[in-house]
Design a protein around this ligand. Structure first.
Ligand code: SF4
Ligand code: SF4
Length: 353
């Protein structure tokens, strides 16, 4: 399976300053992307004056969280502290999951690492640009942090970005606790967190059984839908894999199509599922999506609040929907009767009043 190159992601492309070595190398190799990316660079950045949702106080909440996240990123890697302590895989797996949950994870799963889980090259910073990723661990602990429905249902307003950032921060800290602990008992470990990933988190999380990648291009969990942020810790400690657990998202998305209809950037395809880089999955048009972010000033999230799984679906019904057309129609009907096209709350939350 073809690996994803982090340099091709919008987050990487927007992180390089004009005429830096990274910028010059990338557009020399990809000249067709230059004019579109330049147009995006000319727009105000997220949370900045000139965007539709800008507020001199509220927009700074997400900014301050992002600054904190940036400050702790360098701690994602570290040296093993002592000789490996003996622990059998069953006990290690149980204890790692308990620790992850105690320190913030709402869902946790384990997978053996596959080569395509890793990016081929790094791209998010000018310093790491183009570094080939060679160091690999054997196992990955994937975990999900629930994002608050009250915030997400206000997408694409500022509340959406505040909650996304809170999710990234919480995932980053949970990953720090796990990776520090693993190194303390003698095993290599790395925290993959916002802005400092070597792995593609949704691919890892899907193989660790946390959910399935849906039409909106991110992981849909049974309990919280796509209303989660993901974290991953990779390690050499032997653990027991959960294995992927498909529950029928592919069939559901084929019928539902709601996020494709509500996306303000027309970034979500209404086509049937396709093979992307050798993996059968949905993928959004990241350029169209990111253009919306830069004009709204938040990370949008309309697709998150649109998805019926974000609003909560009876787990018993979810368990019956695989290969069950009628159950999918029943779930969709109930959702539409309750929320219409999507659940949108206009009134500001108290912390922004
Ligand atoms: S975040 Fe917004 S623009 Fe991007 S895919 Fe979702 S709905 Fe579309
Ligand atoms: S809104 Fe519907 S089509 Fe889109 S990801 Fe959710 S279930 Fe799938």
């Amino acid at each position: 399976m073809k690996k994803i190159d982090e340099r091709d992601t919008m987050f990487a492309r927007m992180a390089w300053s004009k005429n830096s070595d990274a910028y010059n190398d990338y557009y020399r190799r990809n000249p067709e992307k230059l004019s579109f990316d330049e147009e995006l660079r000319s727009l105000p950045n997220l949370s900045e004056e000139g965007t539709a949702t800008y507020d001199p106080i509220d927009s700074r909440i997400a900014d301050s969280l992002f600054r904190f996240i940036a400050d702790i990123r360098p701690f994602a890697e570290g040296e093993v502290v002592r000789e490996p302590q003996e622990i059998d895989p069953e006990t290690a797996t149980r204890r790692i999951k308990e620790i992850a949950k105690h320190f913030g994870a709402d869902l946790v799963g384990i997978t053996e690492i596959k080569d395509h889980h890793y990016y081929s090259h790094r791209g998010r910073t000018e310093e790491s640009y183009g570094h080939k990723i060679t160091k690999k661990h054997r196992f990955a602990i994937a975990f999900a942090i629930e994002m608050d429905k009250e915030f997400i249902n206000r997408a694409p307003q500022v509340e959406q970005t505040i909650e996304t950032t809170r999710g990234y921060l919480k995932a980053g800290i949970t990953g720090m606790v796990l990776s520090y602990f693993l190194r303390e008992i003698g095993y290599e470990a790395r925290n993959h967190m916002d802005g400092n990933y070597l792995v593609v988190a949704p691919l890892v999380a899907q193989d660790a059984g946390l959910g399935e990648i849906g039409r909106l291009g991110i992981l849909i969990t049974k309990k919280y839908g796509p209303r989660v942020r993901l974290g991953v810790v990779t390690t050499d400690l032997e653990l027991i894999s959960d294995g992927e657990k498909r529950f029928g998202i592919e069939e559901f998305c084929e019928i539902c199509n709601k996020c494709s209809k509500t996306c303000p950037g027309r970034a979500v395809s209404s086509d049937i599922i396709d093979e992307v880089d050798g993996v059968k999955r949905w993928k959004i048009e990241q350029e169209k999506c990111y253009r919306i972010w830069r004009s709204i000033g938040t990370d949008c999230g309309v697709c998150l609040s649109t998805c019926p799984f974000s609003q909560g679906i009876d787990i018993e019904k979810i368990d019956k929907m695989k290969d069950n057309h009628n159950m999918i129609l029943e779930i969709l009907k109930e959702h539409e009767e309750k929320y219409g096209v999507r659940n949108y709350v206009k009134e500001k939350l108290d912390i922004l009043k």
